[in-house]
Design a protein around this ligand. Structure first.
Ligand code: BGC
Length: 771
């Protein structure tokens, strides 16, 4: 942090620096040598506004490349994809005069209904964290800061600015915080954005425990904490909690409240200074030569926003190259869910009926603050025609439905069905219209509009072969038509190159290599959050605990349509030679061989899960602990290895507030997806012998089953008990069972005359955590 003398600034000036100068930039201060920092939305492109400002996607922004949104990147299972997007966004941000691009979002997809799921990566924290960290690295390597959001437990849009996400500590630590923790500790984002919602009753933007104790003291975050736009309620509580910058601004009223609090002795001025210093450090960190040598340009020049007015900026960006990149990366993200009779890739000479308005009018991003103005936009219909031209495949198109539901639905459907009947293969482009999902509200159903499902069924009944291509930000139900179609390619939202990428995949120019980053359930009611989403009377109870997404489906053996991790390729893969060895007390190394057993080059996602019943808490059946995406030529084999550290085996122990590894057996499983294990090997870990820390409140059962002191206690008890009560207490199961749930302090009482006191004291000492 730059050591700057803040004594030149009055308290009023300092307080005024703690909120923005406008919608998208911070206040400059000549006295403090502080230039203005421009923060703007993203993160799958740059939403740079220069005229009218808003954070709801209402007004236009300057053109920038719309890369695949997070929902698609999640499905790529490829940190390299996230890194390349981050880097390209960083280049465009520089060109557009932006210092911080707001994102990525690493919130967990708790319910498939969340309106913002398209902005998040996954239902799994490991996958979310790895992708988020890669994005941040890519972007920050370009000198453009990231803003990791929305910290924390922001998993729904309903009542999003007030609702209290009520979540227990283990669930917080194991599910909702790890992605943030990973990005903060591995990629050091310049800023973290405090969310709108409350966490256990306290606004995230004034949550001292989250913003200071966890984020800074535990994880070592040294950047600035920025509020979500309009998330500050009590500015004094926020700055005390560790929030540095309120956005948007200006907020003279809040500045005054901060000044008053200092004058009234309720807020130490050093707390204000600390926040100012962090904003200075942010400006310093994101400064670039065009901002002026000392980072400030003087009174007016200190406002660095001028750089973007020409749209191109000093260093410009290569729109063609970025569009090609958007297309290439989009092809890495789509998930081939089903492919019966080898209908895909499409062969030569087939008569192709392209059906569905989305083929001509692509759905490629969603509404709200991340809504971009793309530099160009590919549609699948044109791209299919280009591919088909070279292969002697005639292409006809029928819209089949309208996006807003207007018009003659039956007539449109009938025309599409006629076309399908006369084709060799019908490719139906279905999905959610932009009006059905957006930031700001949650969906209330997983179903596609009825006009589309009716169309799919009608086409499938007539066409020799039917392929469905989907465009949607949150998962949609496939029920009612799944079995009637031959193939399903789930594109989610693929950005501006998505139309071409889908055609590349349909014709085999690219091999599908996406895998689901979230489960597709059979019924909405099967989702673990169902009865507690979106909450009531200001509270949403995270009643499913750690059993989020596939953790729940696998543990309860609930059938799903497609599990987390599922995705097909045009080639086939086999894994073998799994070997797992411990590499320390509580870590292991797994290695295995992956072979491309098919006839085409392709990419396989190796998914490593850990399964255990060890420890005192209920564990999900399996949890993703490592993954990698491997490119293999036909017949090629490669050995891949994974280091599984302590955390891969740990649970969060709420009694001792530590990550604990329970002594015991662990299965390392290689999953085709979260449901299908193709290889497994077990390891035994020493674990934390102190994990079961005993007190006099621990039950008799916990004492005698304790791995370290249990046997000793049994022995000593047997020796101490009068003979007529039995020669060995361990031989009296009914006695043990009757008292197993009695706290030891009561058992001591029962035994009377201090019999156990000394023994228990000694044994307890042996179970105390060592660190
Ligand atoms: C959103 C943020 C966004 C901000 C600025 C808020 O409404 O929740 O994700 O970065 O607006 O547009």
């Amino acid at each position: 942090m730059p050591q700057i003398d803040l004594s030149r600034l009055s308290l009023e000036e300092k307080a005024s620096l703690l909120s923005g100068q406008d919608f998208w930039s911070t206040r400059p201060s000549e006295d403090a040598g502080l230039p203005s920092v421009v923060l703007t939305d993203g993160p799958h492109g740059v939403r740079r506004q220069v005229g009218e400002f808003d954070h709801m996607g209402i007004y236009e922004s300057l053109p920038s490349t719309c890369f695949p949104p997070a929902v698609a990147v999640g499905s790529s299972w490829d940190p390299d994809v996230a890194h390349r997007i981050g880097a390209a966004v960083g280049r465009e941000a520089r060109a557009l005069g932006v210092h911080v691009v707001l994102g990525p979002g690493v919130n967990i997809k708790r319910s498939p209904l969340c309106g913002r799921n398209f902005e998040y990566y996954s239902e799994d924290p490991l996958l979310s964290g790895r992708l988020g960290a890669a994005h941040v690295r890519g972007q920050q390597e370009q000198g453009v800061g990231a803003s990791l959001k929305h910290f924390a437990v922001n998993n729904q849009e309903t009542d999003r600015m007030r609702v209290s996400a009520d979540v227990d500590e283990r669930t917080l630590r194991e599910i909702y915080l790890p992605a943030f923790e990973h990005v903060v500790t591995e990629a050091a984002p310049a800023t973290v954005m405090a969310a709108y919602n409350k966490v256990n009753g306290v606004h995230a933007a004034q949550h001292h425990r989250l913003l200071t104790e966890v984020l800074r003291e535990e994880w070592g975050f040294d950047g600035a904490v920025v509020s979500d736009w309009g998330a500050v309620h009590d500015p004094v509580a926020s700055v005390l909690a560790g929030l540095d910058l309120e956005m948007p601004g200006p907020s003279p009223e809040n500045a005054r409240r901060i000044v008053d609090a200092v004058r009234a002795g309720e807020l130490d001025e050093s707390v204000v200074d600390r926040a100012v210093r962090r904003i200075l450090a942010l400006a310093d960190r994101t400064a670039r030569p065009s901002d002026g040598a000392d980072g400030a340009d003087g009174a007016d020049g200190a406002d660095r926003t001028d750089e973007a007015d020409g749209a191109d900026g000093a260093d410009g960006f290569d729109q063609d190259a970025h569009h090609r990149l958007a297309r290439e990366l989009a092809a890495e993200c789509a998930v081939l869910l089903r492919n019966e009779h080898g209908v895909l890739p499409l062969g030569s000479g087939q008569r192709i009926a392209v059906i569905g308005e989305f083929a001509a009018t692509p759905r490629y991003q969603a509404g709200g603050s991340s809504h971009l103005n793309p530099t160009r936009l590919d549609n699948a219909l044109d791209a299919i025609r280009t591919w088909a031209d070279g292969r002697g495949s005639p292409v006809e198109f029928a819209p089949g439905f309208t996006l807003d539901g207007s018009g003659d639905a039956e007539g449109l459907r009938a025309a599409a069905v006629d076309l399908a009947r006369a084709s060799d293969v019908a490719v139906v482009f279905a999905g959610l219209p932009e009006s059905e999902e957006s930031e700001g509200f949650d969906r209330d159903t997983l179903h596609l509009p009825a006009a589309q499902t009716d169309l799919i069924r009608a086409v499938a009944a007539q066409a020799p072969r039917t392929v469905v291509v989907l465009s949607n930000g949150g998962v949609v139900s496939l029920e009612g038509w799944h079995d009637e179609v031959d193939a399903i390619l789930e594109g989610f939202l693929l950005g501006q190159g998505g139309g071409s990428a889908l055609a590349d995949l349909l014709f085999g120019g690219a091999d599908p290599s996406g895998r689901l980053a979230e489960t597709i359930p059979l019924r909405l009611e099967d989702n673990p959050s169902f009865v507690n989403f979106p909450g009531e009377q200001g509270h949403v109870r995270y009643g499913e605990g750690v059993m989020v997404g596939y953790r729940w489906y696998a543990t309860t053996r609930t059938r799903v349509r497609y599990p987390f991790g599922h995705g097909l390729s045009y080639t086939t893969f086999a894994v073998g030679d799994l070997a797992v060895e411990t590499t320390g007390d509580d870590s292991a190394r797994a290695s295995l061989t992956v072979t491309n057993t098919g006839g085409r080059a392709g990419k396989h996602v190796v998914q490593v899960y850990v399964a255990t019943q060890a420890g005192p808490v209920r564990r999900p059946t399996r949890e993703l602990r490592a993954f990698t995406k491997v490119h293999l030529e036909p017949g090629e084999s490669r050995t891949v290895a994974f280091d599984l550290d302590r955390r891969a085996f740990a649970y969060y122990d709420v009694q001792d507030a530590v990550w604990a590894v329970a002594p015991g057996d662990y299965l390392v499983q290689i999953g085709e997806n979260a449901e299908t294990v193709t290889a497994e090997a077990s390891v035994t870990l020493t674990g934390d012998t102190a994990a079961g820390h005993l007190t006099l409140d621990s039950t008799f059962g916990e004492w005698i089953t304790h791995p370290v002191v249990g046997p000793t206690l049994l022995q000593e008890l047997t020796a101490a008990l009068p003979q007529e009560q039995g020669s060995h207490i361990g031989d009296r199961p009914e006695l043990l069972q009757a008292v197993q749930d009695v706290p030891m302090k009561r058992v001591v009482g029962l035994a009377g005359d201090g019999l156990l006191d000394e023994t228990l004291e000694r044994l307890m000492a042996r179970t105390r955590p060592t660190g």
